[in-house]
Design a protein around this ligand. Structure first.
Ligand code: UDP
Ligand code: MN
Length: 250
């Protein structure tokens, strides 16, 4: 049977949230056997995301977990200062480990941020992941793309400008993990206490993944099927003079 894709998406309240979630959901509507785990960075589930998920047509689980103040990125902080989505991805992992049955459920876990752009081909590339699949990510790291370096079908290094010395120098969007690895290493989680840029690396080390376990996808990592797009922050400077109806959800 077709393995299920479990997508974990952290999300937080901002003016552009519904637009980003709408675009992502419309991608996911084209994918078979997919379960979308949406984790709000909030103390309580918001009505916007609750009603959005109820009507989006994608099979989903709605969770929430608030990033504590000490580790939360302020809007005045540079984007790289603190890791984003850590507790939310961990909440998704906890849900997977408690709600799913390791003996019965076959599937793959992917961490899908709400503002990236995903090709439909990507989901079929990751579906047959045995341990950990990897592939290039476009528009990231100050490069046209970052990618695993593949030689004779194996990953031998990383095409990246930032910290190429990392064992796993890849972006969150650049890998997927088989459920069995998530179950067999039940303590593996993301950590807020790792150096900048080491989030993905530390999870894969926690999962006891070895370089030789990596399965290069997307034609031996020659195709870009996911893009680290970022949604521009909207300026609402004219609201002061021409206020919009606050009862209209954006
Ligand atoms: N995110 C979150 N809480 C925050 C900031 C971001 O849950 O305070 C989520 C966001 O919705 C996205 C992921 O974490 O799904 C990565 O954040 P972002 O896209 O802002 O990071 P970047 O594109 O810079 O890696
Ligand atoms: Mn992003």
């Amino acid at each position: 049977s077709l393995p299920t894709l479990y997508l974990i998406t952290p999300t937080y309240t901002r003016l552009e949230q519904k637009a980003d979630l709408t675009r992502l959901s419309h991608t996911l509507l084209h994918v078979r056997n997919l379960h979308w785990i949406v984790v709000e960075d909030s103390e309580v589930k918001t009505s916007l995301v609750t009603s959005f998920l109820a009507n989006c047509g994608v099979q989903n689980t709605h969770l929430n977990s608030l990033t504590p103040k000490q580790v939360k990125l302020k809007s005045s902080d540079p984007q790289w200062l603190k890791p984003r989505g850590v507790l939310q991805r961990n909440a998704g992992l906890t849900w997977i480990r408690t709600a799913l049955n390791p003996a019965k459920d076959k599937g793959v876990v992917y961490f899908a941020d709400d503002d990236n752009t995903y090709s439909l081909e990507l989901f079929e590339e990751m579906r047959q992941t045995q341990k950990v699949s990897v592939w290039p990510v476009g528009l990231v790291g100050g490069l046209r793309y970052e990618s695993p370096v593949v030689q004779s079908g194996s990953v031998v290094g990383w095409h990246t400008f930032w910290k190429p010395e990392r064992t796993f120098a890849l972006d969150m969007a650049g890998f997927a993990v088989n459920l069995t690895i998530i179950f067999s290493h039940s303590n593996a989680v993301f950590s807020n206490n790792v150096p900048r840029g080491y989030l993905e690396n530390s999870l894969l080390l926690d999962l006891a993944v070895k370089l030789k376990d990596l399965e290069p996808r997307a034609d031996g990592c020659t195709k870009v099927l996911v893009w680290h797009t970022r949604t521009e922050k909207t300026k609402t400077k004219n609201e002061k003079i021409t206020p919009s109806d606050i009862n209209i959800e954006v």
